[in-house]
Design a protein around this ligand. Structure first.
Ligand code: IPD
Length: 301
């Protein structure tokens, strides 16, 4: 495409820093007893006044600057604005990824802004205003992290140079999430998969994997960037929405990571992981696996 991704990135980064101030302001307000927390679908899927306000700010500023681009955001979508996905440049925004953390004052919270072209991520910005850590990625332009605000120190991702190949699962630190679906069957399936990943017991056909650890940050966006950085070897979740992952996908890919949204993929009940490239299904898959680079990842056990 003929978009100048570098200049779009500069604009988006400045916007992310501004919106971050509103998130910090909101975290102070939300700790007050009078603050309003709405329940979206069930008693654990939360939305705050600040999810809506941050999205409005981002939507307005992007709309002024790039009037021809489409916009899809978590809160606009929840409110009924559901534009068709097209091949045109489309912003995909989660104003506060990790809303539950935000409500509880746990600083794993990020604003996630992606630009999609032909239904694929070409630009991603993920900003955690509590940690003052900003992650960016653009197609064929690499991924970076900047710490300490706009004048902060910028480093290329991944941190390991050269990137270290994915270790066996038994040496890996993995990100997984419990998600919002608390009905017994899906919950039990998750619990069983997590159990297999960390258990020291060889269980029938399942070899003991005993990963170093499982972590659940409560934000898909931060899980992606920590894979890109190398802090996690893998992130696996069924359930995220496009705005949870759209920016993370390009940041992880540009850091050399592999992302797939098509299953097969990773099933803890199998002894293999199969990888594919993420394509258009990123918009709708809701099943993601992202893995730290590189090398021969076929049939990893
Ligand atoms: C959620 C978070 C969470 C993940 C869910 C997402 P939200 O986004 O990323 O970690 O498990 O799948 O929906 O609701 O906090 O923006």
């Amino acid at each position: 495409s003929d978009l100048d991704l570098k200049s779009i990135l500069d604009f988006t980064v400045a916007l992310a820093y501004d919106a971050g101030k509103l998130i910090i302001e909101g975290s102070e307000a939300i700790q007050q007893p009078a603050s309003v927390v709405d329940i979206k679908k069930n008693a654990v899927d939360l939305v705050t006044e600040y999810d809506v306000r941050v999205e409005e700010l981002v939507k307005e500023r992007l709309g002024e600057k790039y009037p021809s681009f489409q916009f899809i955001g978590e809160e606009s979508y929840a409110a009924g604005a559901r534009p068709e996905w097209t091949d045109e440049p489309t912003w995909c925004v989660d104003p506060i990824d990790g809303t539950t953390n935000f409500v509880h004052g746990f600083p794993m919270v990020a604003l996630s802004i992606a630009l999609l072209v032909k239904r694929r991520s070409v630009l991603g910005v993920i900003y955690n205003p509590f940690l003052e850590t900003l992650y960016t990625g653009i197609k064929d332009g690499g991924s970076y992290v900047t710490r300490g605000g706009p004048e902060g120190v910028r480093r290329k991702l991944p941190f390991a140079n050269p990137p270290q190949p994915f270790p066996s699962l038994s040496k890996a630190q993995l990100a997984v999430e419990w998600g919002f679906d608390r009905r017994i069957p899906p919950l039990a399936a998750r619990a069983e998969s997590f159990h297999r990943l960390v258990s020291d017991a060889a269980n029938g056909i399942h070899k003991a994997r005993m990963a170093h650890s499982l972590r659940s940050l409560g934000t898909s966006a931060m899980n992606f960037v920590y894979v890109a950085q190398g802090a996690f070897d893998m992130y696996w979740e069924i359930g995220p929405w496009p705005w949870d992952v759209a920016a993370g996908v390009i940041i992880a890919q540009e850091a050399g990571g592999l992302v797939t949204g098509s299953h097969e993929v990773f099933d803890a009940s199998k002894d293999t992981i199969t990888f594919g490239e993420v394509g258009e299904e990123i918009l709708t898959s809701r099943k993601y696996l992202v893995i730290r680079p590189i090398g021969d990842t076929e049939n990893e056990t």
